[in-house]
Design a protein around this ligand. Structure first.
Ligand SMILES: Nc1ncnc2c1ncn2[C@@H]1O[C@H](COP(=O)(O)OP(=O)(O)OP(=O)(O)O)[C@@H](O)[C@H]1O
Ligand SMILES: Cc1ncc(C[n+]2csc(CCOP(=O)(O)O)c2C)c(N)n1
Ligand SMILES: [Mg+2]
Length: 337
């Protein structure tokens, strides 16, 4: 490491925190970062809470085979986005994040500063500058790999939470998001294509997919809208459409049939990119996660919130089919590969 590059082991915790805090933006908490714990308001009387971790080389690489280098801003963005998304999927509004950073001593201080900016940038941008949520605290530690863990809280604003278990036969299945884009981006990053030339391509197709993988844009405002529109079940698609639809099917004791035409149309859109990589775009659409679109079921006749598209039906039985046929794809599992 050249000596003019400042690394975290050249600072102490206090000095690193002094570089992080200003990048988190104004706090939305009653008591923000700096004390033993933060204090946040819980106007609803209930608190929605979730946690998600990003681990170097399992969830991102600092240097991908394609030559792409992942900056701190990207990891901070992705961490915030996937956490906000889980609150959204309950029909709630995110209210705070606490973030734990495990860092090798050789981590550049500028990378950590960018991570803090990425966390704040995602919260601000995905929540349309509403000032309802911010990073209110966290923890620092040293380890052999970068691990970024965030816990997130949310406010139901008086609504009932939308669970995975409420889908009923006859309900409409609807989705909002860009299925398969993040999986396509992962394939580009892991490929032997040279990202510096991919970035220059005039159609920007592959670069757009990489952006979906690195900086997902979950529709954070639409979870509460779906809840208000009467959604009977909902989750964010993180592990693949088939696997996550299967979670609703199992929890609700129903079957789900995905619209084959919707799936085919989406795969056709991704086909030129998949062809470049020798991949099957159907695998991306049915099995790719990390887009964090919202999959929800609505009673028949419900008016779908703007952004949601009908793409299947809830029926008697169990499991997930595509146009009545069982798909081959299983989706993502950290342990089963
Ligand atoms: N180590 C754990 N201890 C207790 N509960 C856990 C643990 N890991 C996961 N869970 C719970 O298991 C349930 C299923 O997790 P699942 O990964 O399907 O949901 P998710 O959090 O939406 O996924 P994602 O991590 O992709 O956001 C969640 O309610 C989660 O809180
Ligand atoms: C280096 C590297 N290898 C593989 C992947 C793919 N990946 C990781 S986690 C996940 C699903 C959501 O996880 P979780 O359920 O923990 O939110 C997927 C599809 C990646 N992003 N980076
Ligand atoms: Mg989820």
């Amino acid at each position: 490491m050249p000596s003019d590059i400042l690394t975290v082991e050249q600072l102490d915790e206090k000095a690193l925190l002094e570089r992080i805090f200003p990048r988190l933006g104004p706090t939305t908490a009653l008591i923000g970062p700096g004390d033993d714990a933060a204090v946040i308001a819980a106007p609803d009387g209930r608190t929605v809470i979730s946690i998600d971790t990003l681990v170097q080389d399992a969830d991102f690489r600092l240097l991908w085979p394609s030559g792409y280098r992942t900056g701190g801003y990207t990891v901070g963005w992705k961490c915030a986005a996937q956490n906000l998304s889980d609150i959204n999927a309950m029909g709630a509004v995110p209210t705070s994040l606490v973030v734990s950073l495990t860092l090798p001593g050789s981590t550049e201080v500028a990378w950590v500063e960018d991570l803090a900016s990425g966390l704040a940038g995602a919260v601000t941008s995905l929540m349309f500058d509403t000032g309802r949520c911010s990073v209110v605290g966290g923890d620092l530690g040293r380890g052999s790999q970068i691990v970024v863990t965030a816990a997130v809280t949310g406010d139901l604003e008086g609504r009932a939470p939308v669970l995975r278990s409420g889908a009923r036969p006859g309900d409409v299945l609807a989705f909002t998001g860009a299925l398969g884009a993040a999986a396509g981006g992962l394939a580009v990053l892991e490929s032997s294509l040279d990202y510096s030339t991919v970035r220059e391509e005039p159609d920007q197709l592959l670069a757009t997919l990489v952006a979906s993988q690195n900086r997902p844009h979950p529709p954070i405002h639409l979870g509460p809208r779906a809840a208000a529109a009467g959604a009977t079940a909902m989750l964010d698609v993180s592990d693949g459409l088939v696997r996550d639809a299967g979670r609703i099917a199992l929890a609700s004791g129903v079957g789900i049939d995905l619209d084959a035409e919707y799936v085919r149309t989406r795969a056709e859109l991704l086909a030129p990119a998949a062809a470049r990589l020798g991949a099957d775009p159907l695998d991306w659409v049915l099995g790719g996660g990390e887009d964090h679109g919202l999959l929800a079921t609505f009673p028949p006749g419900a008016v779908l919130p703007k952004g949601f598209v009908r793409m299947g039906i809830v029926q008697d039985g169990g499991g997930v089919t595509v146009g009545g046929v069982a798909p081959q794809t299983t989706g993502w599992d950290h342990f089963a590969g």
